[in-house]
Design a protein around this ligand. Structure first.
Ligand code: NAD
Length: 309
Protein backbone atom coordinates (compact mmCIF):
# COMPACT_ATOMS: atom_id res chain seq x y z
CA UNK A 1 0.00 0.00 0.00
CA UNK A 2 1.65 3.24 -1.13
CA UNK A 3 -1.06 5.57 0.09
CA UNK A 4 -2.78 5.24 3.44
CA UNK A 5 -5.28 8.05 2.87
CA UNK A 6 -8.73 6.97 4.00
CA UNK A 7 -7.49 3.58 5.16
CA UNK A 8 -8.02 2.24 8.68
CA UNK A 9 -5.23 1.22 11.04
CA UNK A 10 -5.44 -0.47 14.43
CA UNK A 11 -2.38 0.08 16.64
CA UNK A 12 -1.98 -1.78 19.93
CA UNK A 13 0.00 0.01 22.58
CA UNK A 14 -0.85 2.99 20.40
CA UNK A 15 -1.07 5.51 23.22
CA UNK A 16 2.62 5.70 24.10
CA UNK A 17 6.13 5.48 22.74
CA UNK A 18 6.63 3.57 19.51
CA UNK A 19 2.94 2.82 18.97
CA UNK A 20 2.07 6.49 19.26
CA UNK A 21 4.89 7.34 16.87
CA UNK A 22 3.51 4.86 14.33
CA UNK A 23 -0.04 6.18 14.85
CA UNK A 24 1.19 9.73 14.16
CA UNK A 25 2.95 8.67 10.97
CA UNK A 26 -0.15 6.85 9.71
CA UNK A 27 -2.39 9.79 10.62
CA UNK A 28 0.03 12.12 8.84
CA UNK A 29 -0.35 9.97 5.74
CA UNK A 30 -4.14 10.21 5.86
CA UNK A 31 -5.16 7.01 7.65
CA UNK A 32 -7.80 6.85 10.36
CA UNK A 33 -6.31 5.17 13.42
CA UNK A 34 -7.64 3.25 16.40
CA UNK A 35 -5.16 3.44 19.26
CA UNK A 36 -5.77 0.53 21.61
CA UNK A 37 -4.04 0.58 24.97
CA UNK A 38 -4.48 -0.93 28.40
CA UNK A 39 -3.74 2.40 30.11
CA UNK A 40 -6.49 5.01 30.12
CA UNK A 41 -4.02 7.68 31.30
CA UNK A 42 -1.83 6.96 28.26
CA UNK A 43 -4.91 7.16 26.01
CA UNK A 44 -5.93 10.50 27.49
CA UNK A 45 -2.43 11.94 27.13
CA UNK A 46 -2.10 10.59 23.57
CA UNK A 47 -5.44 12.08 22.51
CA UNK A 48 -4.34 15.47 23.87
CA UNK A 49 -0.96 15.21 22.10
CA UNK A 50 -2.61 14.18 18.82
CA UNK A 51 -5.23 16.92 19.08
CA UNK A 52 -2.36 19.40 19.47
CA UNK A 53 -1.05 18.18 16.12
CA UNK A 54 -4.41 18.53 14.41
CA UNK A 55 -5.66 14.94 14.70
CA UNK A 56 -9.01 14.91 16.47
CA UNK A 57 -11.67 12.37 17.40
CA UNK A 58 -12.89 12.26 13.78
CA UNK A 59 -9.61 10.54 12.81
CA UNK A 60 -8.51 8.82 16.03
CA UNK A 61 -10.45 6.27 18.05
CA UNK A 62 -9.05 5.62 21.54
CA UNK A 63 -9.90 2.15 22.86
CA UNK A 64 -9.09 0.89 26.31
CA UNK A 65 -7.97 -2.69 25.61
CA UNK A 66 -5.92 -5.37 27.30
CA UNK A 67 -4.64 -7.33 24.30
CA UNK A 68 -4.56 -10.55 26.34
CA UNK A 69 -8.39 -10.38 26.56
CA UNK A 70 -9.71 -12.07 23.41
CA UNK A 71 -13.34 -11.04 23.79
CA UNK A 72 -12.29 -7.44 24.35
CA UNK A 73 -10.03 -7.61 21.28
CA UNK A 74 -13.00 -8.68 19.16
CA UNK A 75 -15.11 -5.86 20.59
CA UNK A 76 -12.30 -3.38 19.84
CA UNK A 77 -12.11 -4.58 16.23
CA UNK A 78 -15.89 -4.28 15.90
CA UNK A 79 -15.82 -0.74 17.33
CA UNK A 80 -13.07 0.25 14.90
CA UNK A 81 -15.02 -1.08 11.91
CA UNK A 82 -18.18 0.61 13.17
CA UNK A 83 -16.41 3.99 13.23
CA UNK A 84 -14.04 3.82 10.27
CA UNK A 85 -15.14 0.87 8.12
CA UNK A 86 -12.86 -1.95 6.94
CA UNK A 87 -9.56 -2.41 8.76
CA UNK A 88 -6.47 -2.38 6.49
CA UNK A 89 -3.54 -2.18 8.89
CA UNK A 90 -2.85 -4.09 12.09
CA UNK A 91 0.10 -2.88 14.14
CA UNK A 92 0.72 -5.45 16.88
CA UNK A 93 2.92 -3.24 19.00
CA UNK A 94 1.97 -3.38 22.69
CA UNK A 95 4.69 -4.98 24.71
CA UNK A 96 6.28 -5.26 28.13
CA UNK A 97 9.69 -6.34 29.35
CA UNK A 98 11.58 -7.89 32.21
CA UNK A 99 15.31 -8.48 32.02
CA UNK A 100 17.80 -10.18 34.30
CA UNK A 101 19.49 -13.51 34.95
CA UNK A 102 17.22 -16.23 33.57
CA UNK A 103 17.66 -18.43 36.64
CA UNK A 104 15.94 -15.75 38.74
CA UNK A 105 12.84 -15.60 36.54
CA UNK A 106 9.63 -16.93 38.03
CA UNK A 107 6.79 -18.58 36.12
CA UNK A 108 4.94 -15.29 36.58
CA UNK A 109 7.76 -13.36 34.88
CA UNK A 110 7.57 -15.68 31.89
CA UNK A 111 3.76 -15.81 31.82
CA UNK A 112 3.30 -12.05 31.96
CA UNK A 113 5.73 -11.18 29.17
CA UNK A 114 4.79 -14.18 27.00
CA UNK A 115 1.11 -13.41 27.55
CA UNK A 116 1.36 -9.80 26.38
CA UNK A 117 4.17 -9.84 23.80
CA UNK A 118 3.37 -13.17 22.18
CA UNK A 119 -0.17 -14.03 23.32
CA UNK A 120 -1.44 -10.50 22.64
CA UNK A 121 0.18 -10.53 19.22
CA UNK A 122 -1.43 -13.88 18.43
CA UNK A 123 -4.80 -12.50 19.54
CA UNK A 124 -4.34 -9.63 17.11
CA UNK A 125 -3.47 -11.95 14.29
CA UNK A 126 -6.36 -14.34 14.89
CA UNK A 127 -8.90 -11.54 15.27
CA UNK A 128 -7.71 -9.22 12.52
CA UNK A 129 -6.23 -11.30 9.70
CA UNK A 130 -9.59 -12.57 8.38
CA UNK A 131 -10.99 -9.03 8.61
CA UNK A 132 -8.05 -7.56 6.66
CA UNK A 133 -8.28 -10.29 4.02
CA UNK A 134 -12.06 -10.11 3.71
CA UNK A 135 -12.38 -6.80 1.84
CA UNK A 136 -9.77 -7.57 -0.84
CA UNK A 137 -8.36 -4.01 -0.74
CA UNK A 138 -5.00 -5.16 0.62
CA UNK A 139 -3.31 -4.14 3.82
CA UNK A 140 -0.47 -4.62 6.25
CA UNK A 141 0.22 -6.62 9.38
CA UNK A 142 3.19 -5.34 11.33
CA UNK A 143 4.52 -6.77 14.56
CA UNK A 144 6.84 -4.72 16.71
CA UNK A 145 9.63 -7.13 17.56
CA UNK A 146 13.03 -5.74 18.58
CA UNK A 147 16.67 -6.00 17.64
CA UNK A 148 16.81 -8.49 20.49
CA UNK A 149 15.01 -10.88 18.13
CA UNK A 150 18.05 -10.76 15.85
CA UNK A 151 20.80 -10.16 18.41
CA UNK A 152 19.62 -11.92 21.59
CA UNK A 153 21.99 -11.32 24.48
CA UNK A 154 22.37 -12.78 27.97
CA UNK A 155 19.85 -11.57 30.52
CA UNK A 156 17.06 -11.11 27.97
CA UNK A 157 15.80 -14.66 27.45
CA UNK A 158 12.16 -13.91 28.21
CA UNK A 159 11.93 -10.71 26.20
CA UNK A 160 14.11 -11.86 23.30
CA UNK A 161 12.22 -15.13 22.89
CA UNK A 162 8.90 -13.29 22.56
CA UNK A 163 10.43 -10.99 19.97
CA UNK A 164 11.99 -13.87 18.04
CA UNK A 165 8.58 -15.55 18.04
CA UNK A 166 6.73 -12.56 16.61
CA UNK A 167 9.46 -12.10 14.00
CA UNK A 168 9.03 -15.73 13.04
CA UNK A 169 5.26 -15.30 12.77
CA UNK A 170 5.77 -12.46 10.29
CA UNK A 171 8.37 -14.45 8.33
CA UNK A 172 5.91 -17.35 8.02
CA UNK A 173 2.82 -15.28 7.25
CA UNK A 174 4.52 -13.07 4.65
CA UNK A 175 4.53 -15.69 1.87
CA UNK A 176 1.07 -16.88 2.90
CA UNK A 177 -0.61 -13.49 2.52
CA UNK A 178 1.38 -11.33 0.11
CA UNK A 179 -0.24 -12.88 -2.97
CA UNK A 180 -3.52 -11.57 -1.61
CA UNK A 181 -2.14 -8.07 -1.08
CA UNK A 182 -1.59 -8.21 2.67
CA UNK A 183 2.03 -7.49 3.52
CA UNK A 184 3.59 -8.69 6.77
CA UNK A 185 6.48 -6.92 8.46
CA UNK A 186 8.73 -7.60 11.45
CA UNK A 187 9.68 -4.24 12.92
CA UNK A 188 12.94 -4.53 14.85
CA UNK A 189 13.89 -1.25 16.51
CA UNK A 190 16.87 -0.57 18.72
CA UNK A 191 16.36 1.73 21.67
CA UNK A 192 13.55 4.29 21.37
CA UNK A 193 12.38 6.94 23.83
CA UNK A 194 9.28 5.50 25.51
CA UNK A 195 7.60 4.56 28.78
CA UNK A 196 8.53 0.88 28.67
CA UNK A 197 10.54 1.18 31.90
CA UNK A 198 7.15 1.81 33.53
CA UNK A 199 5.58 -1.36 32.08
CA UNK A 200 5.33 -2.98 35.53
CA UNK A 201 2.42 -0.66 36.28
CA UNK A 202 0.18 -2.86 34.09
CA UNK A 203 1.40 -6.19 35.45
CA UNK A 204 -1.62 -8.22 36.64
CA UNK A 205 -1.80 -8.98 40.36
CA UNK A 206 -1.93 -12.73 39.82
CA UNK A 207 1.39 -12.51 37.92
CA UNK A 208 3.08 -10.17 40.41
CA UNK A 209 5.58 -12.70 41.74
CA UNK A 210 8.89 -11.68 40.19
CA UNK A 211 12.45 -12.85 40.53
CA UNK A 212 13.67 -9.43 39.42
CA UNK A 213 12.50 -7.07 42.18
CA UNK A 214 16.04 -6.27 43.35
CA UNK A 215 17.46 -6.07 39.83
CA UNK A 216 14.63 -3.72 38.85
CA UNK A 217 15.41 -1.38 41.75
CA UNK A 218 19.09 -1.30 40.76
CA UNK A 219 18.22 -0.70 37.11
CA UNK A 220 15.94 2.21 37.97
CA UNK A 221 18.92 3.84 39.72
CA UNK A 222 21.12 3.14 36.71
CA UNK A 223 20.72 6.52 35.02
CA UNK A 224 18.75 8.05 32.21
CA UNK A 225 19.93 7.25 28.71
CA UNK A 226 16.96 8.66 26.77
CA UNK A 227 19.21 11.14 24.95
CA UNK A 228 20.91 8.16 23.26
CA UNK A 229 17.64 6.77 21.93
CA UNK A 230 15.67 7.55 18.76
CA UNK A 231 12.39 9.45 19.11
CA UNK A 232 8.96 7.93 18.55
CA UNK A 233 8.46 10.26 15.59
CA UNK A 234 11.69 9.05 13.95
CA UNK A 235 10.70 5.40 14.24
CA UNK A 236 7.10 6.14 13.24
CA UNK A 237 8.33 7.70 10.00
CA UNK A 238 10.69 4.76 9.48
CA UNK A 239 7.84 2.27 9.89
CA UNK A 240 5.60 4.12 7.45
CA UNK A 241 8.36 4.13 4.83
CA UNK A 242 9.14 0.48 5.54
CA UNK A 243 5.50 -0.43 4.99
CA UNK A 244 5.40 1.51 1.72
CA UNK A 245 8.61 -0.19 0.60
CA UNK A 246 7.14 -3.56 1.68
CA UNK A 247 10.21 -4.42 3.75
CA UNK A 248 9.91 -7.73 5.57
CA UNK A 249 12.43 -6.58 8.19
CA UNK A 250 12.11 -2.93 9.17
CA UNK A 251 15.25 -1.98 11.09
CA UNK A 252 16.23 1.34 12.60
CA UNK A 253 19.72 1.27 14.11
CA UNK A 254 23.13 0.97 12.42
CA UNK A 255 24.84 0.09 15.72
CA UNK A 256 23.67 -3.54 15.47
CA UNK A 257 25.40 -4.34 12.18
CA UNK A 258 28.20 -6.43 13.71
CA UNK A 259 25.79 -8.40 15.89
CA UNK A 260 23.43 -9.18 13.03
CA UNK A 261 26.32 -10.19 10.79
CA UNK A 262 27.88 -12.41 13.48
CA UNK A 263 24.64 -14.29 13.96
CA UNK A 264 24.23 -14.80 10.22
CA UNK A 265 27.84 -15.92 9.90
CA UNK A 266 27.62 -18.22 12.91
CA UNK A 267 24.49 -20.00 11.69
CA UNK A 268 25.76 -20.19 8.10
CA UNK A 269 29.05 -21.73 9.23
CA UNK A 270 27.21 -24.20 11.47
CA UNK A 271 25.48 -25.75 8.46
CA UNK A 272 26.97 -29.23 8.05
CA UNK A 273 27.92 -28.66 4.42
CA UNK A 274 30.72 -31.24 4.55
CA UNK A 275 27.96 -33.90 4.58
CA UNK A 276 26.48 -35.19 1.31
CA UNK A 277 23.14 -33.68 0.29
CA UNK A 278 20.25 -36.13 -0.03
CA UNK A 279 18.80 -34.79 -3.27
CA UNK A 280 15.53 -36.72 -2.94
CA UNK A 281 14.94 -35.27 0.56
CA UNK A 282 15.83 -31.82 -0.76
CA UNK A 283 13.48 -32.08 -3.75
CA UNK A 284 10.63 -33.67 -1.78
CA UNK A 285 10.62 -31.05 0.96
CA UNK A 286 11.88 -28.07 -1.06
CA UNK A 287 9.36 -25.79 0.67
CA UNK A 288 11.15 -26.30 4.00
CA UNK A 289 14.63 -25.28 2.91
CA UNK A 290 14.09 -21.73 1.77
CA UNK A 291 11.39 -19.11 2.39
CA UNK A 292 10.57 -17.28 -0.88
CA UNK A 293 9.71 -14.12 1.03
CA UNK A 294 13.13 -14.06 2.71
CA UNK A 295 14.79 -14.83 -0.62
CA UNK A 296 12.92 -11.91 -2.21
CA UNK A 297 13.84 -9.69 0.74
CA UNK A 298 17.53 -10.03 -0.08
CA UNK A 299 16.86 -8.47 -3.49
CA UNK A 300 14.52 -5.86 -2.03
CA UNK A 301 17.11 -4.73 0.53
CA UNK A 302 19.86 -4.69 -2.14
CA UNK A 303 17.69 -2.45 -4.33
CA UNK A 304 16.82 -0.15 -1.41
CA UNK A 305 20.49 0.10 -0.45
CA UNK A 306 21.47 0.87 -4.04
CA UNK A 307 18.78 3.55 -4.12
CA UNK A 308 20.30 5.18 -1.03
CA UNK A 309 23.64 5.30 -2.87
N1 NAD B 1 11.50 1.41 23.52
C1 NAD B 1 12.41 0.61 23.03
O1 NAD B 1 13.61 0.88 23.12
C2 NAD B 1 12.01 -0.64 22.29
C3 NAD B 1 12.97 -1.30 21.53
C4 NAD B 1 12.60 -2.43 20.83
C5 NAD B 1 11.29 -2.87 20.87
N2 NAD B 1 10.38 -2.21 21.64
C6 NAD B 1 9.01 -2.71 21.63
O2 NAD B 1 8.16 -1.66 21.21
C7 NAD B 1 6.83 -1.90 21.67
C8 NAD B 1 6.29 -0.62 22.27
O3 NAD B 1 7.01 -0.33 23.43
P1 NAD B 1 7.46 1.13 23.86
O4 NAD B 1 8.91 1.08 24.10
O5 NAD B 1 6.90 2.13 22.95
O6 NAD B 1 6.79 1.18 25.31
P2 NAD B 1 5.63 2.07 25.96
O7 NAD B 1 5.44 1.51 27.33
O8 NAD B 1 5.93 3.52 25.83
O9 NAD B 1 4.38 1.73 25.07
C9 NAD B 1 3.73 0.48 25.13
C10 NAD B 1 2.24 0.70 25.34
O10 NAD B 1 1.66 -0.59 25.39
C11 NAD B 1 0.67 -0.57 26.40
N3 NAD B 1 0.41 -1.93 26.88
C12 NAD B 1 1.16 -2.67 27.73
N4 NAD B 1 0.56 -3.84 27.99
C13 NAD B 1 -0.60 -3.84 27.26
C14 NAD B 1 -1.67 -4.76 27.11
N5 NAD B 1 -1.69 -5.93 27.78
N6 NAD B 1 -2.69 -4.43 26.30
C15 NAD B 1 -2.69 -3.24 25.64
N7 NAD B 1 -1.73 -2.32 25.77
C16 NAD B 1 -0.69 -2.63 26.57
C17 NAD B 1 1.23 0.33 27.47
O11 NAD B 1 0.20 0.85 28.32
C18 NAD B 1 1.92 1.40 26.65
O12 NAD B 1 1.06 2.51 26.45
C19 NAD B 1 6.94 -3.06 22.63
O13 NAD B 1 6.51 -4.24 21.98
C20 NAD B 1 8.42 -3.14 22.94
O14 NAD B 1 8.81 -4.42 23.31
C21 NAD B 1 10.71 -1.11 22.35
Amino acid sequence: MKDFAGKTAFVTGGASGIGLGIAKALLGDGANVAIADIRQDHLDAAMAELAGEGFGADRVLPIQLDITDRAAFKAAADATEAKFGSIHVLVNNAGVAVVGPTELATHADWDWVMGVNLGGTINGIVEMTPRILSHGEGGHILCTASMSALVPVGGTAIYSSTKAAVTSIMECMRPELEGRGVICHAFCPGAVQSNIADAGATRPGDLADTGYAEADKRRQQGGNFMHLFQTKEEVGARVLQGMKDEELYILTHAEFLDGVRERGDATTLAVQDHLPVNEEYKATFAMLFSNPAIRAEVERQRALKAGRG
